[in-house]
Design a protein around this ligand. Structure first.
Ligand SMILES: [Zn+2]
Ligand SMILES: [Zn+2]
Length: 343
């Protein structure tokens, strides 16, 4: 029986899960952000101003959903200042739209004077302190999870992070594999942190987002397509939490299914499709500009049989993900799918 991992039918909503307004260091108002994204075909925008959690439910209308969020930075304070610092940047997305506070936001972290106007008494008096250490970051993520937030690990490349910096993270919902602002600035992200974390047992979603600070240079470049029943807060968050989404900076992924060990992907015109796994088992198919690929199947029965072999010494639960590339080099990424969720 064919199992659908991403269905072509049903509703798709285009989302940018990372934007800054003039509440922090963005050059646009929340209203301008909404109008810009709406006019470019987006239905969902997560407001992720630095260090302040400001609900934007007033932006939501029948065609547009505001996700209430914030971006927190935890710097390593390496001597030399900002240019030299490694810094964890985490987006926290409120899972319900009734939250007015975030337990890991503190008045002490606000670095912009004008942002302080948006900070509540509760936040100013919050004694929680962020620490740049394995325990400190994971404590923050766990508190955020317990407080009802999904947590995304943002732009690892811009953050100057390597394997040893991120490999012990736990409790993440997503990892940015593309960040428009970073990429256009010269720090293009890769899928390596995502794959590394998945290999450590973290079931994370691949996220592409803008990190827009205005509606010119850093907008409309990377997005997450969400498959949900309807455009309301609970439905969209539930879909994100389930991983009913994919990310892109160009191509469209229309459908993904698996039947009898054969994975099928339907996409807009692309020139390269690959399926990667947790082991040295990958499949790829090349097309060209004149013979684009739109419907590709990969037989992964060898991989599935191998995964079921009790004598095989694996490092992690077996998973695969798909990635496509179009003629201009733009890509789309599925999340990692684990074999145990296909049973
Ligand atoms: Zn950031
Ligand atoms: Zn940001």
């Amino acid at each position: 029986m064919r199992k659908y991992l991403l269905r072509e039918d049903g509703n798709s909503y285009k989302a940018n899960l990372h934007v800054h307004t003039n509440i922090s260091d963005g050059g646009i108002t929340p209203e301008e952000a909404k109008e810009g994204y709406k006019s470019h075909g987006y239905s969902v925008l997560a407001y992720t101003d630095h260090e302040v959690f400001v609900p934007h439910n007033d932006m939501t209308d029948e065609d547009f959903l505001a996700i209430n969020a914030t971006e927190l930075a935890i710097n390593d304070n390496w001597p030399g200042g900002f240019k030299y610092n490694k810094s964890f940047h985490l987006n926290l997305y409120a899972k319900t739209n009734d939250k007015t506070e975030c337990c890991v936001c503190t008045g002490k972290s606000i670095f912009l004077e004008h942002s302080k106007a948006y900070v509540s008494e509760t936040t100013i008096n919050n004694k929680y302190r962020k620490f740049h250490s394995r325990e400190g970051i994971n404590d923050l993520i766990q508190r955020a999870n317990n407080d009802g937030f999904l947590v995304c690990y943002n732009h690892p490349v811009w953050s100057l992070h390597n394997y040893s910096d991120y490999i012990d993270l736990s409790g993440l919902w997503g990892v940015e594999v593309y960040n428009t602002s970073s990429a256009r600035g010269g720090y293009e992200d890769t899928t390596q942190p995502l794959d590394d974390l998945v290999n450590r047992g973290q079931r994370v979603v691949a996220v592409a987002a803008d990190d827009a600070h205005n509606l010119n240079a850093s907008a409309y470049g990377g997005w997450t397509m969400i498959k949900a029943d309807k455009l309301d807060y609970d439905s969209i968050i539930s879909a994100l939490e389930r991983g009913d989404c994919y990310s892109s900076n160009g191509p469209e992924i229309k459908e993904i299914s698996i039947e009898d060990g054969v994975v099928n992907i339907k996409a807009s015109d692309v020139v390269f499709v690959k399926l990667v796994t947790d082991i040295r088992f990958a499949r790829s198919k090349n097309g060209s500009e004149n013979t684009p690929l739109t419907d590709v199947s990969f037989d992964i029965n060898d991989f599935i049989v191998d995964a079921g072999n009790p004598d095989q010494c694996r490092r992690s639960a077996p998973w695969f993900r798909l990635e496509v590339r179009d003629k201009s080099g733009k890509k789309a990424w599925t999340r990692p799918y684990f074999l145990d969720e296909l049973e």
